[in-house]
Every structure is written in structure tokens, then in C-alpha cells.
Ligand binder design. Structure first.
Ligand code: NAD
Length: 289
């Protein structure tokens, strides 16, 4: 089916705020689906890296025969910059800035000030309550969580987090957008950590505590889960992939929201302070040099 020149009726225009690991992946997903994408970040040095990564992803999608058009043609639908006004015409805006409530709240308020009344506003938060983030919005009924997984191109699902004020019309539009980028929507009621982070982070934190206590090496802890429990990736490799800084922020948030069982182990905090934040820094529980 072709709708408005797009292969499947995906939103004509999508805004993504934050061009880090997740924002870049989300931008790629909507470019592949045929949307125009405005990608905004405050860090000017971040944007060239994001564009480079997007080019690689588009090439890979092209080689797999899954891109409608040549990569450079598809790239023409991408606009990158530091001015938030670029997302003004978007039917959907996804916020993917750091997991810090004050930063997200600031961005969401600023986005709402420039978009149309019927724009769907989404946060890619991994853990923070959608109700809490939506409090500042004038129209929280259009706001919800779209929790994409890392790496976005390889992930099969998106958690759709329905906030206390989210209206069914906006929820349904978000669910349709997720389906149109080829992912399975998983509907979750707004609760700290949702379904996936609450369980996934708990496993990761316990694995870190086991390293701390010398129960086993990171390699053996991961092997126990991949070979013993058939997890596709071990909890420590996954922590490296997600980013130790991202996981620390989630654990800090969940330990307040859900209790001390989510308190981050000292080792996690120390590694983040030392800059060992996982794959993106070349070293976490494993080395990537
Ligand atoms: N990394 C993961 O595995 C993962 C998975 C699912 C969800 N998430 C969530 O996605 C969000 C982003 O995570 P990430 O790993 O992409 O982080 P990241 O640090 O790679 O990227 C965040 C980007 O936001 C930019 N930014 C900061 N303040 C901004 C502002 N005011 N306006 C515009 N841009 C701004 C930063 O410059 C940076 O490029 C977080 O909420 C995180 O919890 C992460």
C-alpha cells in the first residue's frame, strides 16, 4: 500500500529530539518507513556522528533489499539541526534525550510550544512515569511513552506506555505508527520501569552485584543466562550495550519509585564515574577495543 508517497502510511513527518544511540535508531526506523524526519540535538558534535551512523544503517537496509529508494534519496527526507522549531510540522514527536526527568520535562514543554494541537508527543524514557513527565504539558491527552529497544533496527517490539491522561485516539495513532515501522506494539499501563525495564534492569543489577561479590566472572555470569536460560544476550553484555550510565540513571529512579531492591550497586556507580560506560566508551564489563 502506498499512502502519500510513503510505502505504508507511516506519519508524513516525524520529529526526534536527541540524536544519541536511540534517537538515531528511531530516526532510521521512520526514514525507512517513508516519513520525513527532523532530528534535533543540542550537541552540534553529536549530529555529524548521528548522520554518519544513519548513512551506515540506510546502506545496510538497502543491502538487505528493505529500502524503498536509494540511500541518498532516502537521506533527503532527513533534516538535522539544533533548532527545535524543525519539529513543528511533525505528526509525531519522539523525545530521546537523557534519562533525567528535568531534562525531559524541559524538552517536552518546548516541543509542545511549537507543534500543532493534534501532534502525538512521545517519550522514549526507559523507566520514568509518563504521568510524571506529562504533568507540565497543557495537553497531556496527546502524550504517551514509546519505549524503543536498543539497537532499534534489530528490535522487534516497542512498549507503548499509556499514561493516566493519554486519550484513546492518540494511543491508537501511536500503536499504528509502531506497526507501520514493522514493530510489535506491547501495551503497558504507566508504572515505573513499565514491563521490560523493571524486569531487565533487576536482572542486570543482580548480575553486577554478583561480579562485586566475586561469585563468577562477567563471562561466566553471561554464559549462565545465555546457555542455561537461552537468553539471546547475557545481562552484563546487555548492560554494556544499553550503557552503564543509562542503567544507573534507571536504577536511581526505580530505587526511589519502587524501593531499595533497585538500589544501584557501588560497582555500577564507580564504573560510570571512571568513564567505563560500556560499548560506546570502548569498555564496560567487557572490552570493545
Ligand atoms: N540506550 C539504550 O539502550 C536505551 C534503550 C531504550 C530507551 N533508552 C532511553 O532513551 C533515551 C536516550 O538514551 P540514549 O541511550 O540514546 O542516550 P544518549 O546519551 O546516547 O543520547 C541522548 C542525546 O540527547 C541529547 N540532548 C541532551 N539534552 C538535549 C536537549 N535539551 N535537547 C535535545 N537534545 C538533547 C544529547 O546531546 C545526546 O545526544 C533515555 O531516556 C534512555 O533511557 C535508552
Amino acid at each position: 500500500m502506498t499512502v502519500g508517497g510513503r510505502p505504508n502510511g507511516a506519519p508524513a513527518s516525524v520529529g526526534v529530539v536527541g540524536a544519541g544511540a536511540m534517537g538515531t535508531g528511531i530516526a532510521h526506523a521512520f526514514l525507512v518507513a517513508g516519513s520525513r524526519v527532523a532530528l534535533v540535538d543540542v550537541g552540534e558534535d553529536v549530529l555529524p556522528r548521528s548522520v554518519e551512523r544513519l548513512r551506515t544503517l540506510l546502506q545496510q537496509t538497502h543491502y538487505r533489499g528493505q529500502l524503498d529508494g536509494a540511500p541518498d534519496q532516502v537521506e533527503r527526507r532527513l533534516q538535522v539541526g539544533t533548532d527545535l522549531a524543525a519539529v513543528a510540522a511533525s505528526a509525531l514527536v519522539v523525545e530521546a534525550v537523557p534519562e533525567v526527568p528535568a531534562v525531559k520535562i524541559g524538552v517536552l514543554g518546548a516541543v509542545e510550544a511549537v507543534v500543532a494541537a493534534d501532534t502525538v508527543l512521545a517519550t522514549n524514557t526507559s523507566s520514568i512515569s509518563v504521568g510524571e513527565l506529562g504533568q507540565v504539558l497543557e495537553h497531556p491527552e496527546r502524550f504517551l511513552g514509546l519505549h524503543f529497544f536498543n539497537p532499534v533496527p534489530a528490535s522487534l517490539m516497542v512498549e507503548v506506555v499509556v499514561g493516566p491522561c493519554t486519550a484513546p485516539e492518540f494511543r491508537d495513532r501511536a500503536v499504528t505508527s509502531v506497526q507501520l515501522i514493522g514493530k510489535e506494539p506491547v501495551l503497558v499501563r504507566d508504572a515505573p520501569g513499565f514491563a521490560s525495564s523493571r524486569l531487565g534492569v533487576m536482572l542486570g543489577l543482580e548480575a553486577i552485584r554478583m561480579v562485586e561479590e566475586g561469585v563468577a566472572t562477567p563471562e561466566d555470569i553471561d554464559k549462565a543466562m545465555t546457555l542455561g536460560y537461552k537468553h539471546p544476550i547475557g545481562p552484563l553484555h546487555l548492560t554494556d550495550l544499553v550503557g552503564l550510565d543509562v542503567r544507573l540513571a534507571i536504577a536511581d529512579y526505580l530505587s526511589v519509585a519502587l524501593g531499595p531492591r533497585f538500589a544501584p550497586p557501588t560497582l555500577l556507580r564507580t564504573m560510570v564515574e571512571q568513564g567505563y560506560v560500556g560499548r560506546k566508551s570502548g569498555r564496560g564489563f567487557f572490552s570493545y577495543e
